[in-house]
Ligand binder design. Structure first.
Ligand SMILES: Cc1cc2nc3c(=O)[nH]c(=O)nc-3n(C[C@H](O)[C@H](O)[C@H](O)COP(=O)(O)OP(=O)(O)OC[C@H]3O[C@@H](n4cnc5c(N)ncnc54)[C@H](O)[C@@H]3O)c2cc1C
Length: 381
């Protein structure tokens, strides 16, 4: 049983200087996006912006210099991420490689894999996607059926992944597959880095209800990968893949991905907003600040080599609640059907978030699964 603990943390002493650097970068390079694109900005792809961010040293910030990284402090990286999200910057292209695939390669990858992938990721030129979910295995991830069988010099993959965010923009997928025929559940699973341009790999778009193309299906039809594509230890895929999840769940994107809406509301409010609006702004800001303290504390724990699985699940669950309540509370405070049709930037953002925020508590693991992890971690089930 793990113990739930959120500790205070020390931000780096020159945090303000770093914020200034990021703001200066954004003043020069932030694209003039439509308001709706700036909400849920973490899902917006802009390879050109990612490349500029890489050039400025804001991707792979914690990675060793020999792999193109910058050896910065984890809370410095956190500050950069929150500035980018708060500004609504289009960070979707490189986000997964920076947050998850790169760190996993540093932990489990071979020297050859690190040299092949990390420098391009840190330059903001090589993007990655996550191949976990399958049609019969979402929450129940241990049910995956996609297989890799040994062949001469490598492995042959067959099966299907689904809901693969950004596979259409990515060069490589870190995927979890079954390498031991007849194995069940968490046994006999391994991770592979699959280059998505290989013969036998096909990426097909899924267009969501709002008409956006964010995720895909990825099919493997006798796709052959070399031995060097195996990540870490054969058969240890479950442990390795779940180690990724605390990285995936606790970051500032879980409560700041639609921050532009709150910032715009504050900008639009008069200096003396009415009591209802003032109350909504005050309550949302207080919740935001609490989430920030918790999320930064988890970042500090991760950086010190701990595995704060329960704390990360708490941040994700509370962050999802906050982000889903945000557009509803703002709509109610503005008294709002008419606003949705008035064509203002605020109305566009609100309309976008009312459509997309229901999915926030699915991506990265559903609310029920997060609460199951928390209950188990606290010894309640
Ligand atoms: C925007 C978005 C992006 C995504 N990106 C990726 C990606 O890049 N890569 C990837 O691999 N996947 C991705 N996913 C998939 C996501 O991780 C899954 O949708 C999620 O794990 C749920 O799986 P499912 O859709 O199969 O639903 P199911 O697992 O079928 O769940 C359906 C419902 O049943 C509930 N439920 C299931 N099991 C239990 C249980 N044991 N106890 C209580 N309730 C339960 C769930 O909470 C949910 O409400 C993405 C999803 C979204 C929405």
């Amino acid at each position: 049983m793990s113990v739930f603990a959120i500790h205070p943390f020390a931000t780096p002493s020159d945090a303000q200087a770093l914020r200034g650097e990021v703001r200066a970068f954004l003043a020069e390079h932030l694209p003039d996006s439509a308001p709706a694109r700036r909400t849920n900005c973490w899902a917006v792809l802009d390879p050109d912006f990612s490349r500029k961010l890489g050039e400025a040293g804001f991707i792979g910030m914690l990675w060793p210099r020999r792999y193109g990284g910058h050896e910065r402090d984890p809370l410095e990286r956190y500050i950069v991420l929150e500035e980018l999200l708060a500004a609504g910057a289009p960070v979707g292209s490189h986000w997964i490689a920076d947050r998850q695939t790169g760190p996993l390669l540093l932990r489990y990858g071979t020297e050859a894999q690190r040299r092949k992938y990390l420098p391009g990721m840190a330059r903001g030129e090589l993007f990655a996607c996550i191949g976990l979910s399958e049609p019969g295995a979402g929450s129940d991830l241990a049910n995956i059926r996609t297989s890799a069988m040994r062949v001469d010099g490598g492995w042959r993959l067959n099966g299907q992944k689904v809901w693969t965010t950004n596979a259409h923009d990515a060069a490589v997928m870190l995927t979890l597959v079954r390498t031991e025929a007849g194995s069940e559940r968490r046994e006999g699973l391994s991770q592979f880095l699959v280059d998505l341009d290989l013969p036998g790999v096909e990426v097909r778009p899924i267009i969501d209800l709002a008409g956006h193309h964010e995720f895909n299906e990825v099919f493997f039809d006798d796709a052959e990968v070399p031995d060097g594509a195996l990540v870490g230890v054969e058969g240890e895929g479950w442990t390795q893949a779940t180690a990724e999840l605390a990285l995936e769940r606790s970051g500032p994107e879980r409560y700041l991905s639609s921050h532009v809406l709150l910032a715009s509301l504050i900008d639009a409010a008069q200096p003396e907003p009415d009591a209802v609006l003032a109350g909504v702004i005050g309550r949302l800001t207080a919740e935001l600040w609490t989430l920030r303290q918790m999320s930064m504390s988890v970042a500090a724990k991760l950086a010190s080599g701990q595995d704060p699985m329960v704390e990360a699940a708490v941040v994700k669950d509370l962050g999802n609640n906050y982000e889903q309540a945000l557009p509803i509370a703002i709509q109610a405070a503005l008294g709002c059907e008419a606003q949705l049709a008035d064509g203002s930037a605020l109305a566009d953002m609100l309309a976008m978030l009312l459509q997309s925020s229901p999915s926030f508590s699915l991506r990265g693991g559903t609310r029920e699964i997060m609460r199951g992890i928390i209950a188990r971690g606290l010894g309640l089930r």
